[in-house]
Design a protein around this ligand. Structure first.
Ligand SMILES: [Fe+2]
Ligand SMILES: [Fe+2]
Length: 242
């Protein structure tokens, strides 16, 4: 198992592990390291990936310097290794949304987590990350994503999930592959709020979309978010009328 590391924006690193067995054409699991005075991780990965991912992180930042451990929702690929990171990084605190901390993480984490309010900004010293509540988008009551304001990087978690081996960066269409993956996995909650929640992220005017399962998209991000939202609107309508 190999975790590749690429700097995808100034001081933001994509850690990517390709697992061939998960789908017929394989699947990537990515974590992101935001290097700053207070380094932050977004997505922590499965327990089985911890040795590989943490070794890759330590080539950029000593694990003891990690300050924040964040993730989008409670699922093994998001936070399965949370307590391994807490043990390896004594300065680190888990931070997630109010719902996640109240419902699950306050119990699951070996140290008390820090709840983040919707829209709250963590000033990391050189980088600023905004927590955005996206309840049930793509799934999970506690769901949220983060936006790094100084680089305009939207760390968008499972949104735009695609299968297959991919380059670290891409400006190719992210919506077609995401729709094909959604057809396969049916992983996203289809509710009347799904499309509008995704569409609202375009207001951030991100310069790049950092996917958990796929490349970093560096094309027209607002247009991609609108197109993905439109795709989910159609899916919701179909579900209501079928
Ligand atoms: Fe997920
Ligand atoms: Fe995921």
């Amino acid at each position: 198992m190999e975790t590749k590391i690429d700097e995808i924006a100034d001081g933001i690193y994509r850690l990517s592990t390709f697992i061939p067995e998960v789908t017929p054409d394989g699947f990537t699991f990515n974590q992101y390291l935001v290097d700053a005075d207070e380094p932050l991780m977004f997505h922590l990965g499965h327990r089985m990936l911890f040795d590989s991912v943490s070794a890759a992180v330590s080539t950029v930042v000593p694990l003891e310097r990690l300050r924040w451990l964040t993730f989008g929702h409670v699922e093994a690929d998001e936070c399965g290794s949370m307590n391994q990171w807490l043990a390896a990084a004594p300065q680190a605190t888990v931070a997630q949304g109010m719902i996640g901390v109240m419902v699950s993480i306050g119990d699951l984490a070996d140290r008390p987590p820090r709840p983040l309010g919707g829209g709250e900004v963590l000033d990391l010293g050189g980088k600023r990350v905004r927590w955005i509540d996206t309840s049930h988008v793509p799934h999970g009551w506690e769901a949220g994503i983060i936006f790094e304001e100084t680089t305009g990087t939207l760390l968008c978690g499972d949104l735009f999930t695609r299968t297959g081996a991919v380059d670290a960066m891409s400006d190719g269409d992210p919506v077609g592959p995401a729709a094909a993956a959604e057809d396969m996995f049916r992983a996203t909650c289809l509710t009347p709020a799904t499309g509008p929640t995704i569409r609202s992220l375009a207001d951030l005017q991100p310069h790049r979309l950092a996917l958990m399962h796929g490349p970093v998209f560096a094309g027209d991000c607002a247009a991609a978010l609108h197109a993905l939202a439109d795709d989910y609107d159609v899916r919701v309508q179909k579900a209501l009328t079928s």
